[in-house]
Ligand binder design. Structure first.
Ligand SMILES: Nc1ncnc2c1ncn2[C@@H]1O[C@H](COP(=O)(O)OP(=O)(O)OP(=O)(O)O)[C@@H](O)[C@H]1O
Length: 594
């Protein structure tokens, strides 16, 4: 039976592109509740900081209306100074409060994002560039930090100042307040429209920045290959392209941003002129329309107040770009954090310790968006059996291994370990029972000893030495410059591929799994290390169910059984000896090997 449909939907990170800014903020606050705590006190501090600034014009008005008597002037100076000091203190407390909460929230967001990156389904992980995930957890989070440090707190104070200034102006003289507020509304409507354009352009900027970081990371990580293959010019071209695209995207945001600033300046200057002209005209001609009954002190105070109304608006207009950039950065991190987790927490099925049976029943598999690549595979591997999986490149061997470690969900059929459907097994149980040893194992940038204990963090040095001894690796470790304390470098680069495999085998032996899946190295390993690898492997696989994705005839020869894959199907199954005499894909493979 060939399964052609349905193939799984295109996987990827959660898409929050359609969320409004308000909905995004609500989601962000929900994900990091620290932002919500003590909100009332934060609002009060913002109000105090904003109000403090407004007090000055009020004291001036009172002093003028009392004929600038010395007592009135000194009273105005005293009250004004007190208000300024209180405003300064409130502003300082507000800054500290908002910044510490934001930093807590962003640190939590980074932790959650990293945890989700580890918990996302294999299909999603395959489709998301790791550099994009890194960009979301670093530069995107940084845009939020930069914004809160530079303008976020001031935005709160300014909003409070705007509200207080409007209220006081309305009390003093509604006739002058109405045109000012109308102009502000026009400005805000225009800003909201422009904000949508700016938002779209900033999404592009963040995407291009992430892509550019990917190119830079590739150029740095692949430096040895670039040197050896002489492809520096090609890499340079890619980098230039990425930089050009990033620059172009950034320049495109400037057009609406500058338009916004210009609009803001015009509207704000108009407001000031309107208040001064109308105020003076009405004071002189009391018979003009709804002329207010303004004292000279109130007119001076109105001119001051309109400045206090206009400044926050000016600030909001100017910080729109940064706010938008920060919002897009925040959105990108939230997309990572809200991507569904594929971790199975605690399934009912726990396995009995010991070698485990592997069963596949009519299993088909596909990668997202592609037709099936594994068709109708039924096979049972007995507990303790050592099976070699062979086949031409692209025949489905790795896909078969991915199904056993739940890196891929079957499209149809069922996979069972020890009789328990794989989907019911908790992640922790699966990690302890099934270990895959890849062709080129990933090592952390620490010591050999620490890399061996990665799967068993509590293991002491005696346990590590015991495992190394059992695998016949004691002499090899003793020959390393610092023994177990030898540093392996970034990704294990200071060790050869074969040595990295030795560390991975020791790591696997320490975990003591019941099913070992080995992806045999295709790259050349020096003969002495290869002997060590083979000896360690034969010890490691003893008494355990073992599945080797084999690229060498000797591995197939030594296995209890060979499974031969061809075009995504299990074409043959049997001992090397028996399969050799039968015409078919295995005989062809052996001929090719020979
Ligand atoms: N992540 C992926 N997304 C889409 N298709 C994939 C993916 N990985 C593998 N495939 C496709 O699935 C088919 C089987 O690939 P698989 O890696 O299982 O073969 P293989 O026998 O292990 O090959 P090799 O010996 O070269 O590693 C191939 O057609 C391959 O192109």
């Amino acid at each position: 039976m060939t399964v052609t449909a349905p193939s799984p939907a295109e996987p990827g990170l959660a898409d929050l592109g359609e969320r409004t800014p308000g909905a995004l903020v609500a989601l962000g606050v929900g994900v990091t509740p620290v932002l919500r705590s003590g909100l009332l006190l934060t609002a009060l501090l913002a109000l105090a900081a904003g109000t403090g600034r407004i007090v000055a014009p009020l004291t001036v008005q009172r002093a003028i209306d009392r004929g600038l008597e010395p007592a009135a002037v000194s009273h105005a100076l005293g009250v004004g100074a007190l208000a300024v000091v209180l405003a300064g203190l409130s502003s300082w407390a507000l800054n500290r409060r908002v910044q510490s909460r934001t930093e807590h929230a962003l640190a939590s967001l980074r932790r959650q994002g990293l945890a989700r990156a580890h918990a996302m389904s294999a299909a999603t992980a395959d489709h998301v560039r790791s550099t994009d995930v890194v960009a979301r957890l670093t530069s995107d989070v940084d845009t939020v930090t930069t914004f809160t440090q530079n303008g976020g707190v001031q935005m709160l104070t300014n909003l409070a100042q705007l509200a207080v200034a409007t209220a006081v102006m309305a009390v003093f003289c509604w006739q002058l307040t109405v045109p000012v507020v109308l102009l502000a509304v026009v400005l805000l409507v225009a800003m909201v429209r422009l904000q949508r354009v700016v938002a779209r352009r900033f999404v592009r900027v963040r995407t291009e920045v992430a892509a550019m970081q990917g190119v830079v990371a590739e150029a740095v990580i692949g430096a040895p290959v670039i040197r050896v293959t002489g492809t520096a010019a090609r890499t340079g071209r890619h980098l230039d392209d990425a930089l050009d695209r990033t620059r172009a995207a950034q320049l495109r945001t400037l057009v609406p941003l500058h338009g916004n600033t210009a609009l803001g300046e015009v509207a704000i200057s108009t407001m000031t002129v309107v208040v001064i002209l109308l105020g003076c005209a009405w004071t002189t001609h009391q018979d003009w329309g709804p002329a207010p009954d303004l004292t000279s002190g109130q007119l001076v105070a109105m001119v001051f107040l309109v400045t206090f109304f206009v400044r926050p608006l000016q600030f909001l207009v100017q910080s729109l770009g940064e706010a938008q950039n920060a919002l897009v950065g925040w959105r990108r991190v939230l997309e990572l954090v809200t991507t569904p987790s594929a971790v199975v927490e605690g399934g009912p099925g726990d396995l009995v310790d010991g070698p485990v049976a592997v069963e596949l029943e009519r299993v088909s598999a596909a990668y997202a968006g592609s037709p099936a690549v594994l068709h109708d595979v039924t096979v049972r591997i007995e507990p303790g059996e050592h099976v070699a999986v062979v086949g031409e490149s692209g025949s489905g061997k790795s896909t078969f291994a991915k199904l056993l470690t739940r890196r891929l969900e079957p499209l149809a059929g069922e996979v069972r370990l020890g009789g328990v459907p794989l989907g019911e097994l908790a992640d922790a149980s699966l990690a302890r029972r099934v270990v895959i040893v890849p062709q080129d194992p990933f090592l952390f940038d620490t010591t050999v000893g620490d890399n061996v204990t990665v799967g068993q963090p509590g293991a002491d040095e005696a346990a590590v030495r015991g495992v190394l001894d059992a695998l016949g690796l004691t002499a090899w470790v003793a020959d390393l410059p610092d023994g177990l304390a030898t540093r392996v470098g970034s990704r294990g680069d200071l060790l050869s591929v074969g040595e990295r495999q030795l560390v991975a085998l020791a790591r696997t032996a320490l975990v003591d799994p019941d099913l070992v899946i080995l992806d045999e190295a295709t790259s050349a390993v020096d003969p002495a290390t290869d002997v060590r690898v083979q000896e360690a492997l034969s010890v490691l696989t003893q008494g355990r169910t073992t599945i080797s994705i084999a690229h060498r005839m000797v591995t197939a020869e030594q296995a209890d059984r060979v499974l031969v894959f061809a075009d995504g199907r299990l074409a043959q199954s049997g001992h090397h000896r028996d399969l050799l005499g039968v015409a078919g894909p295995y005989a062809d493979l052996v001929a090719a090997w020979r």
